[in-house]
Design a protein around this ligand. Structure first.
Ligand SMILES: Cc1ncc(COP(=O)(O)O)c(C=O)c1O
Length: 422
């Protein structure tokens, strides 16, 4: 039996209606390429769900992983620790906003946010302060666990569970047109003193279709949150590690978060790992002689040593001049292509933040995630050797930073043809 048939028999894929699903078996990864059983190569233009910033099977990461495996692969992280967990926490806190000094480990973005919400709610609870409401942006996406879904926009994805989700208040994403009214309604919501935290994807709402807002506008909201003692949770699961042009999107915003969540590119997409990092003030809210005030949360794979070692290797690479210049080159190519697309009559909006390029196409079909245009585009690019996962009618170009100009121009060329053929 072929790999595809065996897959069909035994495997259930994420975000996929399995009836009629066409699944492509991949047997190798090499730099920006994925290779199927017949040896056909595909450019991974989506960095395998925005994680593979250094491409596939990076040799340096491979060596580090092998060395770590020889020393120590995994230990229970309650009561024990290991060098790479300590090194990673140390290195990350020195790069994250100054006030962020403590790292709590987990293993995926949704869980990192789940932990952030629990941390924020318990922080107030431990002090006997009644603050239990949460605010998020309209159209937000913070994950697929119940807490993550609860603070995300309600959608078809969460509909079957709607009565089990907790209430969240939403504010529109700020823009030049609505800034004053959004600030006003945000202030009204937080002024009552019931709001524990505001969770936001800084600068770019990924799953919504790379909807962007300015750092100044977000800053205005964060200043209001701070004025009313509302904890600010920056969900940097997608924006972290260079994607937005700075190491973290929060680096571009004056007001700093109290909690930051990271995953995806944290290990350059090699191992599952996430962190929820917080200020000393939050940490101190749990530090007590009373054991019930501890943060009683954990997972079997918390602080996995292989994953932590790979995340340290990722930081080594990100600190190198080669990767910095790769990223600069990618950003500059994306900028040129965005400018080229701006006047295109078939393009509703071409937007960019750092290395993220989103091309929203005009469509007479349904816009949004279920747009048929998205499925057609997926097939079109797949046939031409490109893995792209459009978000509905929005094409997303987010390749590994190491992509060379020739491969990137091939992707752009195919996008031009797709748009022309529309
Ligand atoms: C901003 C943001 N938060 C959370 C998540 C969930 O992360 P994970 O898929 O690792 O659970 C995602 C995934 O796309 C994301 O983009």
């Amino acid at each position: 039996m072929s790999l595809a048939s065996l897959d069909k028999q035994y495997v259930w894929h994420p975000f996929t209606q399995m009836k009629g699903a066409k699944i492509t078996p991949i047997v190798r990864g090499e730099g920006v390429f994925l290779i199927d059983e017949e040896g056909k190569k595909y450019i991974d233009a989506v960095s395998s769900w925005w994680v593979k910033i250094h491409g596939h099977s990076n040799p340096y990461i491979g060596e580090v992983l092998q060395r770590q495996f020889n020393d120590l692969d995994h230990i229970i992280f309650a009561g024990l620790t290991h060098p790479k967990a300590v090194e990673l926490a140390n290195r990350l806190t020195s790069k994250l906003p100054q006030e962020i000094n403590k790292v709590f480990y987990s293993d995926n973005g949704s869980t990192a946010n789940e932990i952030a919400l629990k941390m924020a709610l318990q922080f107030w609870h431990n002090q006997g302060i009644e603050k239990n409401r949460l605010i998020a942006f309209e159209g937000s996406y913070h994950g697929d666990t119940f807490g993550g879904m609860s603070v995300s926009a309600r959608s078809t994805f969460s509909k079957p569970f709607s009565e089990h989700l907790f209430e969240t208040d939403y504010i529109p994403v700020p823009s030049v047109e609505n800034l004053n009214s959004v600030c006003e309604s945000f202030e009204n919501m937080v002024a009552g003193g019931q709001v524990a935290a505001f969770i936001y994807e800084p600068l770019v709402q990924g799953v919504r279709g790379m909807v962007m807002h300015s750092s100044e506008h977000l800053n205005a909201l964060l200043c209001i949150a701070k004025k009313y003692n509302v904890l600010c949770i920056a969900d940097e699961v997608m924006t972290g590690f260079g994607r937005t042009g700075t190491l973290f999107a929060s680096d571009q915003i004056d007001a700093k978060p109290d909690i930051v969540t990271l995953s995806k590119a944290l290990t350059a997409g090699v191992m599952p790992l996430a962190i929820t990092a917080c200020t000393d003030e939050i940490y101190d809210g749990f530090y007590s002689d009373d054991r019930s005030k501890a943060f009683l949360h954990g997972h079997s794979f918390t602080g996995n040593a292989l994953a932590c070692s790979v995340a340290c290797a990722n930081l080594d690479l990100l600190e190198s001049d080669d990767v910095k210049s790769d990223l600069e080159r990618l950003i500059s190519c994306q900028t040129k292509f965005r400018i080229e697309l701006e006047g295109n009559p078939k393009v509703l909006d071409a937007r960019q933040q750092g290395a993220i390029l989103a091309i929203e196409l005009k469509t007479v079909e349904t816009a949004g995630y279920y747009s048929e245009l998205g499925s057609r585009a997926y097939e079109y690019f797949l046939e031409r050797g490109i893995i792209m996962r459009p978000l509905g009618n929005v094409l997303i170009v987010m390749p590994p930073y190491c992509i060379c100009e020739e491969d990137l121009h091939y992707v752009y060329e195919q996008i031009r043809s797709f748009i022309t053929d529309l």
